[in-house]
Design a protein around this ligand. Structure first.
Ligand code: AMP
Length: 146
């Protein structure tokens, strides 16, 4: 059975180009719909969840910047219709799963660095998304190891 609706998770760095290319090819060959999502992570999460100051203004700026970058990304990829382009706020795994379910996607595509050593112990978004996913997950291997 070919896939019908592919959801690509993009981190809006240069690295999302190979992930997007793979997704486009797959969606075209399966004649599937293609949606993209970027998640803005709560700043407090980066500080361990307990921050003794109000981050709401910074958080809004971060969200606005992400919106601008996502708009630029969509302009570069006219094959993605604006209504298939999602910006969400929260924890990437949770939001990607939620959107995949809501949009009835049958494949999620993420990039993977193929980390090793300590970074492997710390985990990755690809690894995180795989666990408990509501559908298939494809991890596109990214060449540069970080
Ligand atoms: P990472 O493990 O954080 O290096 O990210 C690996 C892959 O996870 C990226 O190539 C994206 O496909 C996905 N990803 C990471 N962060 C986000 C994010 N904030 N929003 C959507 N997808 C993301």
């Amino acid at each position: 059975m070919p896939y019908q609706h592919v959801l690509v998770a993009i981190d809006l760095t240069d690295e999302c180009d190979p992930v997007m290319l793979r997704a486009q090819k797959l969606a075209t060959s399966s004649e599937a719909k293609l949606s993209v999502v970027h998640i803005v992570e709560p700043m407090a999460m980066a500080f361990g969840g307990d921050v003794p100051m109000d981050l709401s203004m910074l958080q809004q700026q971060q969200f606005d910047q992400a919106r601008e970058r996502l708009d630029t990304f969509v302009k570069k990829h006219p094959e993605i219709s604006p209504d298939k382009c999602h910006l969400a706020y929260g924890q990437p795994r949770q939001e990607i799963h939620r959107l995949a379910e809501e949009q009835q996607c049958d494949l999620i595509i993420v990039g993977s660095h193929g980390r090793h050593g300590l970074a492997l112990l710390l985990g990755s978004t690809a690894n995180d998304v795989l666990h408990g996913a509501p559908c298939d997950v494809l991890a596109v291997r990214l060449k540069k190891a970080h």
